[in-house]
Structures are given as structure tokens and as C-alpha cells.
Design a protein around this ligand. Structure first.
Ligand SMILES: Cc1cc2nc3c(=O)[nH]c(=O)nc-3n(C[C@H](O)[C@H](O)[C@H](O)COP(=O)(O)OP(=O)(O)OC[C@H]3O[C@@H](n4cnc5c(N)ncnc54)[C@H](O)[C@@H]3O)c2cc1C
Length: 163
């Protein structure tokens, strides 16, 4: 439990903070100390609200401890034609990148196209172009189609016969 603003968070003051919940009034009570609850608590406290955050286990003990920590851009939702969702997720990724450049590090990914695979060169090129537009991807983060020779130069262990 943490009562932000009224009580600076401190494990040594846990009992004191817990007891204060019986008498103090808060602007906002959040149940769950995963990334969602922590994010809401931070945002609300930054806006000057007094916030109580109640967690039944430990902070980030739930799903938040399992995350791979990818700020993904929602590309997979494009396949399901969730156009608005792709746009929203892309915008949120851009905000995370702008607000926390010390935490968000861009990672290049290589998507090899193989003979008989489920992705064709033409359709992948169009889909990724559309994705860049929707998600507001700019500059050097935009998709780049490579030739077979360029791909093998980057990843020489890919199978030459089917690439
Ligand atoms: C294997 C894996 C990999 C993932 N990788 C990524 C990734 O790379 N990028 C990404 O964006 N997302 C990823 N996710 C998804 C991401 O982890 C979740 O969307 C996110 O952690 C959900 O956070 P949350 O705060 O909503 O929920 P949780 O982290 O589950 O937090 C909920 C908290 O509420 C507490 N709680 C529940 N009931 C009560 C109660 N009655 N009283 C008090 N406390 C209560 C729980 O103890 C828990 O701590 C991944 C998920 C998994 C499982």
C-alpha cells in the first residue's frame, strides 16, 4: 500500500501508511500495483491528486513481472484489420519514446521472406507501408525492403536456397 503525496512511499513506514488509510481521504484509490496501477498513480500524483495504491501481493507481482519489455507498435493487429487500434498503439509508442528516451531503445527487426512462406514481397511491402502511415512511424524507423543480397549480407546464415 502506498499513499502518494500524503505519505512518501517507504517500506519502513508501511504500518503507518496502512493505518492512515482508515482516516485519510484520497482523491483517487487504485487497486492493483501492476504497470497500469503504477502508471495511473504516477499520472494522478503529477496532476496534484492525493492517491492511494493498494496491492495485494507485491508491486508488479502479477502479469507486469512477465513482460518482455517490448514497447510494441501493434503491427500484429493490422492482420486482424484493427486499423484504429494500430493507429492508437503507434501513437502511444511514440509518446513513450518521446517521454522516456532513456528507457525506450529502438530495435531493428529483420523479417525474412521465404519461398512458399505466408508473406509475399509485394503484400508485405504494402502492409508495412500502410502500417508506417497508420502508426506515424517516421525517419529511419520506417520499413526498408532489402534485396536478397542485402539480407544475406546482414544475416549470412539464412537459407540462400529459399530466401
Ligand atoms: C509472457 C508475457 C510477456 C509480455 N510481454 C509484453 C511486452 O513485451 N510488451 C507489452 O507491452 N506487454 C507485454 N505483456 C503484457 C503486459 O505484461 C500486461 O499487459 C501488463 O503487465 C498488465 O499490467 P496490469 O497492471 O494491467 O496487470 P498486472 O501486472 O497483472 O497487475 C494487476 C495487479 O493487481 C493486483 N490485484 C488484483 N486483484 C487485487 C485486489 N483485489 N486487491 C489488491 N490488488 C489486487 C495483482 O496482485 C497485480 O499485481 C506480456 C505479458 C506476458 C504474460
Amino acid at each position: 500500500m502506498a499513499g502518494l503525496k500524503h505519505n512518501k512511499f517507504n517500506a519502513l513506514k508501511r504500518e503507518e501508511i496502512k493505518n492512515s488509510f482508515k482516516t485519510k481521504e484520497f482523491d483517487l484509490v487504485i487497486i492493483g500495483g501492476g504497470i497500469t496501477g503504477a502508471g495511473i498513480a504516477l499520472d494522478a500524483a503529477n496532476r496534484g491528486l492525493s492517491v492511494a495504491l493498494i496491492e495485494k501481493q507485491d508491486y508488479a507481482a502479477g502479469t507486469s513481472s512477465r513482460s518482455t519489455k517490448l514497447i510494441h507498435g501493434g503491427l500484429r493487429y493490422l492482420k486482424q484489420l484493427e486499423v484504429k487500434l494500430v493507429s492508437d498503439v503507434g501513437k502511444e509508442r511514440a509518446i513513450a519514446y518521446k517521454n522516456a528516451p532513456h528507457l525506450v531503445v529502438p530495435e531493428k527487426m529483420l523479417l525474412p521472406l521465404i519461398k512458399g512462406g505466408s508473406l509475399g514481397k509485394f503484400s508485405t511491402n504494402i502492409a508495412l507501408w500502410f502500417y508506417d502511415k497508420l502508426a506515424g512511424v517516421t525517419g529511419k524507423d520506417k520499413r526498408k525492403m532489402l534485396s536478397k543480397a542485402e539480407t544475406l549480407a546482414k544475416e549470412p546464415l539464412l537459407r540462400n536456397d529459399i530466401l
